[in-house]
Write a protein that binds this ligand. Structure first.
Ligand SMILES: [Zn+2]
Length: 285
């Protein structure tokens, strides 16, 4: 992959891979308290980890053939000004919201879908088809989702669910729900990775010269969860299943050595997973 421009102050990087242009557009960063990570693990074991985690939000945009495909949509106005910068940075990259043909959602957590809706319930990408896993949609739209396997509080989860439900209802006319691992379009194939959420999905992208995997929220930062895939986060809906999926995914990515993109990894988010000790490490590229 050939870097065309690395322009982090402008909020995006662009690469060329064969006939495809690959953009990594930042939505900004959000600070999370360290209690959100490795719940139940004595803080002393976190070593030099900071008291807070600063999470980047990298939004992948692929331009190929006559499509412009965006993966997730960031935090929207809810976390401005630290995040919710997607619209500004798309503009800086020369991508208009109207030109986006498809938006593929890795899952429906607010930091991935809030940017689809603006103030006054305005739809920010009204011309795009929005692809979401059926399992993910069914879980959040359900009357009584099973929150018993999460380490978050039920009160927090119910509040999050009401919010997600509201956003998904607004997107109803744009949604395309998928429930298989058939390619969504030429060269883009979903890979079910349940646990973080029931419909959490990774994507195998094979539209350019070098195939790569969008690993979504497999790891939320570049150290702790690579070293200790089992330590998890309070955002995992099924904590044990998420840990198992994380370990299996990291093992497969380390074995294959293939190029990987991560939503919450340091911008622009590309790198490889390598084995290290009992766990893994992130090697940015
Ligand atoms: Zn996330």
């Amino acid at each position: 992959m050939l870097p065309l421009m690395m322009n982090h102050p402008a909020g995006f990087a662009v690469f060329r891979s064969g006939k495809m242009e690959i953009f990594s557009v930042t939505d900004g960063e959000v600070i999370y308290e360290d209690r959100c990570f490795a719940p139940g693990i004595p803080r002393a074991l976190l070593g030099n980890s900071p008291r807070h985690f600063i999470l980047p939000h990298n939004i992948l945009v692929l331009r190929f053939s006559n499509r412009v495909v965006m993966f997730d949509a960031g935090n929207g106005y809810y976390t401005a000004p630290e995040a919710g910068q997607l619209q500004y940075h798309l503009h800086a990259a020369g991508i208009t919201p109207e030109s986006i043909t498809d938006i593929i959602l890795t899952h429906a957590h607010p930091d991935h879908i809030n940017g689809l809706v603006g103030t006054g319930e305005r739809l920010m990408f009204p011309g795009a088809r929005i692809h979401l896993s059926q399992a993910e949609y069914d879980f959040w739209m359900s009357d009584a989702p099973d929150f018993s396997k999460s380490k978050n509080t039920v009160a927090n989860l119910l509040q999050t669910q009401q919010h997600i439900k509201g956003i998904l209802r607004l997107l109803d006319n744009q949604l395309h729900l998928f429930n298989s691992t058939d390619a969504l379009m030429e060269g883009i194939r979903p890979l079910a990775a349940p646990g973080h959420t029931p419909g959490h999905t990774l994507f195998a992208i094979n539209t350019g010269e070098e195939p790569f995997i969008h690993m979504a929220d497999t790891c939320h930062e570049d150290e702790l969860l690579f070293r200790h895939p089992d330590w998890g986060t309070i955002f995992d809906i099924d904590f044990e299943q998420a840990a198992q999926t994380r370990r299996n995914t990291l093992q497969e990515l380390a074995d294959s050595g293939q190029l990987v993109f991560g939503y919450h990894l340091p911008a622009p988010g590309f790198g490889r997973v390598i084995p290290e000790g009992d766990g893994f490490a992130w090697k940015p590229q």
